[in-house]
Every structure is written in C-alpha cells, then in structure tokens.
Design a protein around this ligand. Structure first.
Ligand code: GLY
Length: 392
C-alpha cells in the first residue's frame, strides 16, 4: 500500500466505523434479545422431557402446535438462524435436534405448506451441514407437494376442497398467494436431484399466479379458486384479508418474497419486474404507516386504528435484503423496517411475550385467530432478515 493510500485509510476508518456502528448495534440488540427469549423457550421445552413446538402466546400461555401445522418448521429454523448469526454450536445442536423431530412432514400431501415447513428447517440444516439425510427429506417433500399440481389449471392446489382449513367454502381448487413460498422447495429439489419436473411445476405455478392473483395496481387477492376440470377461474376471494377486493398485507409480503425467490432460481427478469411492481404497491401506499410496519390489511376500515402485522414487516424485510443484491436501493427500506422492529414498540422485553421475540402480529382477523399476538414466523423472518443483512 502506498503512503498516500494508507494515510487516506487511516483518516477514513474512524468515519466508516462510526457510520456503521448504529446498524451493527441494531443487529446486535436484536440478536442478544433473541438469544434470551429463545433460551427461555428451549428451557420450557426441556422441562417437558419431549419436543413441543411453540407457535404463539394466548391468554398467558404458550401455544404449541402439532407436526402437520404449517408453522411447525419455524421454531427449529429460528434456532438454526441463531447459529448462523452467532456461530454458537449450542443453537446448531438444538436446531438440528428439533428439526429431526419433523422428519415425517416430508410425507404430507393434504395441504401445500410442506414447502414452508421443510425449507425453514431442513433447507437450512442441509445448507449448514450437507448431511445427505436432510437433502433426502427435501426431495421427498417436493414429491409430496408435487402431488398437488393440477395440470389443467397449471397450479398447486393450496387447500383441499372438502377438508381442513376452509373446507366448507364450496371451492374446487383454492390456491392462495402464500403458496408462492412453497416454490422454494421445488426449485431446490431440482437443484439437488437433477429432476426438472419440480422446477417446471414451480414455474407454471408462478406464471399462473402472476396472471390471476394480481389486480392492475399489483395488489393481490388472497384466494383464487380454479376450475381444475375445465380450466379457468371460478372466483377471487378473501380468506385472511378484509374483503374480496382488499389487499391482505401478509399476502402482499408473500408475493414480494415469492417472486424474489423465483428470480434467485431462474434469473428470469419478469420475476424481478413483478417484485418492482409489488414494491411500488406496498411502499407508495397511502395507508402504509411511517414506520413501515403495515396494518393487517391495506384496506382495513379502521385505519389508523387497525392492528399492525409485524410478521408482514419481517417477511418484507427479509425479501428486501435478498432483492437488494439486485436492486441496491431496497436495502434502505429494509433497514428502516428493521429499525422499527428493533424498537420498544415491537421488540419484546426479555422474559415477556411468551418468550417470543416480536410483539404485534396478526394470524387471521376474520377467523379470530392470533390477533395482536406473537407468531413464530414473525421471529423466523426477522432473524432470516438479519442473516441476509449481515451476509450470514
Ligand atoms: N400461510 C398462512 C399465513 O400467512 O397466515
């Protein structure tokens, strides 16, 4: 290094360090709090002598969920993210132990969520350890999800028409915007197995969703019901959003995240363009609050008194850090969201909030579920956002 260059570096280094410090402190603040909360959560699990899987906190009690719940991968996955953020092998050991409890989810064929469930824990476990047993779970789970592909419609059916969640609505092939996240499982399974069938299904689903789920302003409807026999669509409806014509904020966040992952795996510019349009809808929305933590629905009738959804904010932050590798200006928006989530308004105090990290999410207001509550997936996407922000 020449003398001039080293002098310049010596002069600039303190300025650079000061400029980076607040951002760094914010990540460290969240990671430290997450460590306290997750340790306490693990202790409560240990005390039972078995694996129980925390999802939320209701009337003073932690809500635990069965293996086939769509959220079952998030808590083990959050522990694996803690390992990525801290390098502390205790988190890895715990995360893998709990992940392995979920082995049988790879056979689930009666709903579409096997992608969320598998990739949040086994996907990470595979990337961290390269243990072939985890790769095999991913491939088997992708085979299970592929059984839900409806070739006439070109989509994966989300929910069964006659059982489970929403099974009484009279739908034929209900497909929800959330389903975009399950495509990661299919893309990854093609990379791991060389079988292009999974990728072909994922692309068909992404393209069909682009055609039917979006309105001209790039807001989304939650459910599109396809006619899986004759083709075409039967209706566009709300399930977790306010109304058939409104835009449910977590659904819009899934759209942003989903097309970002499609671009990651395909490099097809049309998916990145879709993200730009969705970004425009979200961040130019007159109903978006200044802290960028959205109301649960962009058209909720009681805005500005409507509930916020921190889970939607966390999903968007994570998507935006990934997108910022291609669209650098999005990083600032992601940082703004993280700044809000790290504040006392959303970050729980140690030992409170059922030992979850974030407060103020919404599961489903129309169903009276998890209103203004912590949710394990809000925590999962918050830590995933920090992994992406800090290149972990
Ligand atoms: N996938 C369901 C939800 O976002 O609530």
């Amino acid at each position: 290094m020449t003398n001039n260059k080293s002098t310049l570096l010596a002069l600039c280094l303190p300025i650079l360090l000061v400029a980076c410090a607040p951002e760094q402190d914010l990540s460290e603040k969240i990671i430290a709090r997450a460590g306290e909360q997750l340790s306490a959560q693990c202790q409560a699990i240990d005390a039972t002598g078995t694996f129980i899987n925390p999802k939320s906190f209701h009337e003073g009690k932690v809500v635990y969920i069965p293996l086939d719940d769509w959220c079952s991968g998030f808590f083990p996955g959050t522990l694996l993210e803690m390992y990525r953020l801290t390098g502390d092998s205790t988190w890895l050991r715990r995360g893998l132990e709990y992940t392995e409890q979920l082995d049988s989810i790879k056979h689930i064929k009666w709903h579409h969520d096997v992608g969320f469930m598998t990739m949040s824990c086994f996907g990470q476990a595979w990337r961290i350890t390269h243990n072939p047993a985890y790769r095999d779970v991913i491939i088997t789970a992708a085979q299970s999800l592929s059984t839900r592909f409806r070739p006439v419609s070109g989509v994966l059916q989300s929910w069964d028409e006659d059982r489970g969640w929403q099974g009484t609505r009279g739908w034929m092939c209900p497909t929800i915007i959330d389903n975009m996240i399950n495509l990661e499982l299919l893309f990854e399974a093609t990379e791991l197995s060389g079988d292009s069938t999974f990728r072909t299904i994922a692309i068909s689903h992404a393209d069909t969703t682009m055609k039917y789920h979006f309105r001209s302003d790039y807001s989304t409807c939650h459910v599109v019901d396809y006619d899986k026999v004759k083709g075409g669509i039967r209706s566009r409806c709300a399930a977790q959003g306010y109304s058939d014509s409104s835009c449910w904020s977590r659904g819009e966040a899934w759209a942003l995240y989903g097309y970002a992952l499609c671009y990651r795996y395909t490099g097809n510019e049309k998916y990145l363009d879709q993200c730009r349009h969705v970004y425009g809808y979200i961040f130019n929305n007159p109903n978006m609050p200044a802290d960028l933590v959205p109301y649960w629905d962009y058209n909720a009738p009681d805005i500005p008194n409507a509930y916020r959804d921190a889970s939607a904010a966390a999903v968007m932050a994570s998507a935006l850090y990934e997108l910022s590798t291609w669209i650098p200006e999005y990083r600032q928006t992601a940082d703004h969201i993280i700044e809000s989530l790290a504040s006392d308004a959303y970050l729980a105090k140690a030992g409170e909030n059922g030992n979850f990290i974030l407060m103020h999410s919404v599961g489903s207001i129309p169903h009276g579920n998890e209103i203004d509550a912590p949710l394990n997936y809000a925590d999962y996407y918050l830590l995933e956002a920090l992994c992406r922000k800090n290149n972990k």
